[in-house]
Design a binder for this molecule. Sequence first.
Ligand SMILES: N[C@@H](CCC(=O)N[C@@H](CS)C(=O)NCC(=O)O)C(=O)O
Length: 228
Amino acid sequence: MLKFYYSGAPNPTKVALFLEEAGLPYEPIPVDGRKGEQHKPEYLAINPNAKVPAIVDGDVTVFDSNAILLYLAEKTGKFLPPKNDKARGELLSWLMFVASGVGPYSGQSVHFRVYAPEKNEYAINRYAFEAQRHFGILDARLAKRTYMLGDTYTIVDMDVWGWARLIPTVLGEGAWAKFPNLKRLVDEISARPAAQRALALAAKHKFKTEMDDEARKALFGHMAVKVA
Ligand SMILES: N[C@@H](CCC(=O)N[C@@H](CS)C(=O)NCC(=O)O)C(=O)O
């Protein structure tokens, strides 16, 4: 059975959504980031980047949420746009946009707003600005179509949902008012039974919640090293 390495964080949750939507049988294997389980040699053999999610599907290993979404969609033929070059171009563009922009800027925005030991106004504003700009681009696109790629619910919508449902954490309370079209999509997806099962998965395992020294050491390796 497909093994799914996960935590309750945004990137694994998008993959949980796909697995639940597609009805694929899978064995969930928790990787507790705050306990440093992502750095264990046996997990590094699966994902040398020491992050979740990852999957092992027979003799195939895939890491990175966006790669996994594309792999599973192509394998099952589910949640893909129509088969033509134009739709394929849009699929790849928007998947990479979420992978290289929405995810990293949102993650860094949360890091500097919530976790950084010093509140650096320049960094907070830089990442919040970029996260907001990326969400604004998604919102403008969703003003003109039901789903990211048109009339069909695809892996791009799942990819967007992973981070967009956390907009108040990324940008602060009240931020939803700036993205009414994105909110419509997020609310629609969150109400789907598969999304509720994906969110419930994180609650089935008792992940560590304390941000203590062990957690900081595991998640913020840079704090112990002077690189530049
Ligand atoms: N590009 C990767 C990013 C994965 C990622 O940042 N995962 C976070 C959880 S959302 C993680 O594992 N953090 C633990 C750590 O940084 O040590 C993806 O989309 O899968």
